[in-house]
Design a protein around this ligand. Structure first.
Ligand code: PEP
Ligand code: MG
Length: 315
């Protein structure tokens, strides 16, 4: 007898009761974008632009940047793309920019903070993105990494709008930004939660250190509590929230994110199928029950067990 196999879902992400959860890809190159399309990504939720800037002796020109962005936009066609402005500094130094010597570069001049040392890099990048949008017609938004305060969010939004990019967003990856999401949300159109760095700063645990990897477990309840805080603040401003950190690629945790009110999930292209399949097995109400269970769990272990029970996973 042939075992009866459930059909593997394809197409857009949705729960079994039809709640749509766009499944987006994290990409860092044209090859990644091709793979994303091939694997059914509904768009790009995080385009990491670092590849254009690292390992070179001088900054890429606006023309060179816009050509490379346009290449990726063309691959995505009509699918939406979120471009993250340069997230250099810290573990990704720029050889041609004199950054301060820092003892703790992860806590130093990185991400949007680079603009305080060299604003031209950001302005050139925004100009290049806008030119590539004009050329391709792809629906593109830009977002800034490592935003901590309202002033930084407002600064970025103003620069983006001046460049003609009307719907700027920010990453939420610093606890201060999460706590003040209602205020930051008044400045921008959307949030994308970067759970890799958010966990790093929330738990005070270096994301590069395997010795503290347990603190980067997405089931640590404080992470879900922080995400719930972001969603609540965002809702007051009508701001949409996505997640683009590694945690979104864990199929069961992805259900928890949906239950917390996260609207889109962005992940490595190869993770999309697993998340799509899991979402198709559960209802939105189950996701909400799992989220509530995680938020009130005492430990990561309890959170995982309670979420699985709510999602009807056999353990
Ligand atoms: C994150 O911090 O979660 C994130 C998506 O950005 P990166 O991993 O590039 O820092
Ligand atoms: Mg990050």
């Amino acid at each position: 007898l042939r075992a009866r196999q459930a059909a593997v879902p394809t197409g857009p992400g949705r729960t079994s009761d039809g709640h749509a959860v766009p499944l987006l890809a994290n990409v860092g190159s044209a090859a990644d974008a091709r793979l994303a399309v091939e694997l059914g990504a509904e768009g790009v939720g995080l385009f990491r632009t670092e590849f254009l800037f690292l390992d070179r002796k001088s900054a890429p020109t606006v023309a060179e940047q816009s050509e490379r962005y346009a290449e990726i936009f063309r691959i995505m066609g009509d699918r939406p793309v979120i471009v993250r402005t340069l997230d250099a500094g810290s573990d990704k130094p720029l050889p041609y920019l004199a950054l301060p010597d820092e003892e703790n570069p992860a806590l130093g001049v990185r991400g949007l903070r680079l603009s305080s040392v060299d604003e031209g890099t950001l302005l050139d990048q925004l100009t290049a993105v806008e030119a590539a949008v004009k050329e391709t017609g792809t629906p593109v938004k830009v977002m800034a990494p490592m935003v901590a305060t309202v002033e930084e969010a407002a600064y970025f939004a103003a620069r983006a709008r001046t460049a003609g990019l009307e719907t700027p967003g920010i990453m939420i990856e610093i606890p201060a930004a999460a706590l003040r999401s209602e205020y930051l949300g008044a400045e921008v159109e959307f949030f994308s939660i970067g759970t890799n760095d958010l966990s790093q700063y929330l738990f005070g645990a270096d994301r590069m250190s395997s010795a503290v990897a347990a603190l980067h477990d997405p089931w640590q309840p404080a992470l879900a509590v922080t995400i719930a805080t972001v969603v609540t603040g965002a809702a007051k401003q009508g701001v949409k929230v996505g997640v683009c950190g590694e945690s979104a690629s864990n199929p069961e945790f992805a259900c928890v994110l949906v239950g917390l009110g996260v609207e889109t999930l962005s992940m490595a292209p190869r993770s999309i199928a697993g998340v799509r399949a899991k979402l198709a097995e559960v209802t939105r109400a189950q996701c909400e029950a799992a989220a509530a269970a995680v938020v009130s769990a005492r430990t990561a272990e309890d959170a995982l067990r309670a979420a699985r029970a709510a999602l009807g996973v056999d353990t």
